[in-house]
Write a protein of this length. Structure first.
Length: 292
């Protein structure tokens, strides 16, 4: 070894350093989620897909859930072929029975639960004087009620995980600031943020941390699934990248799902061991830019 040629006792020295400083990240190959069991909702696409891939790379055992069986199977095959461990559990976050079954199946399959990532989300726009109750219920059923339902069923297992369990809810900058034309979506994400903060207080005595990430515009299929045409979506993305537009990202670009996944990883790992009740904006400055 290179160091040995200059210091014959270098190996012994390195061993002593690793004993004295066991928690410092001086070893680049250390996996931050090694053997942690992580349940990720909405894992078949977008931020959830990126998070599942990243978690597996960091050593987590991934329970991937969503409604798209084919996409989930593809993800699981990819992770397992790369030497990771993952399994798909199909379910609808808006269905209580499905949620309970997914959580119980995860625990039965892997023997516990350390991390819950509530990523599944929907968006259906509409102004306050135009939306109906179906629109309101659609957004709330997944973005708020679904988040709480998964949390409700996961809590007993997180409590027995041995401490330092983590919940990360994927919210939105829309939960922190009002935007026209999407009243029920904004309300659902504001509810998600309040669930996050209240749960962080209630669950802290059990060593369970609860945080959220609040992205701005991320290049996923969310807006198209909410009803935007391809042309309208292109215009939406273009406006988000024009730094002079009042609703743009201050950095002048939209986020990639992987950038949000990195923040979810941080909040799920021991690197954020003293962070709870935080709504972390990952919006390229959109919230502040909207106040210009």
């Amino acid at each position: 070894m290179f160091l040995d040629s200059y210091c014959p006792n270098s190996s012994a020295l390195c061993n002593q350093i690793s004993i004295i400083l066991p928690n410092l990240s001086i070893f680049p190959n250390k996996m931050s989620l090694l053997n942690k069991i992580a349940l990720i909702t909405g894992a078949s696409s977008g931020i959830g897909l990126a998070t599942a891939r990243l978690f597996a790379k960091e050593g987590a055992i991934v329970a991937a859930t969503g409604r798209n069986q084919m996409a989930l199977d593809s993800l699981v095959s990819e992770i397992n072929a790369s030497g990771g461990q993952a399994k798909a559990f199909v379910g609808d976050v808006a269905n209580d029975a499905d949620v309970k079954k997914v959580v119980e199946s995860t625990v039965q399959e892997f023997g516990g639960l350390h991390i819950l990532v509530n990523n599944a989300g929907v968006l259906k726009g509409g102004a306050t004087d135009a939306v109906d109750m179906e629109n309101f219920d659609f957004n709330m059923s997944v973005n708020a009620r679904g988040v709480f339902c998964f949390l409700h069923h996961a809590i007993p297992h997180l409590k027995t995980s041995g401490g330092n369990a983590s919940v990360v809810n994927v919210s939105s900058v829309n939960g922190m600031q009002s935007f026209g034309g999407c009243v029920s979506y904004c309300a659902s994400k504001a509810a998600c943020d309040m669930i996050t903060r209240c749960a962080s207080v209630d669950l802290a005595p059990y060593g369970i941390r609860v945080n959220s990430v609040n992205p701005g515009v991320v290049l996923t299929e969310l807006q198209k699934r909410g009803g935007l045409t391809d042309e309208a979506y292109k215009g939406f993305v273009k406006r988000s990248m024009e730094v002079t537009h009042p609703l743009s990202e201050a950095l002048g670009r939209c986020a990639q799902p992987e950038e949000v996944a990195e923040c979810i990883l941080f909040l799920s790992s021991e690197k954020s061991s003293y962070v709870t009740g935080t709504n972390l904006t990952v919006d390229g400055g959109r919230r502040n830019a909207g106040m210009r």
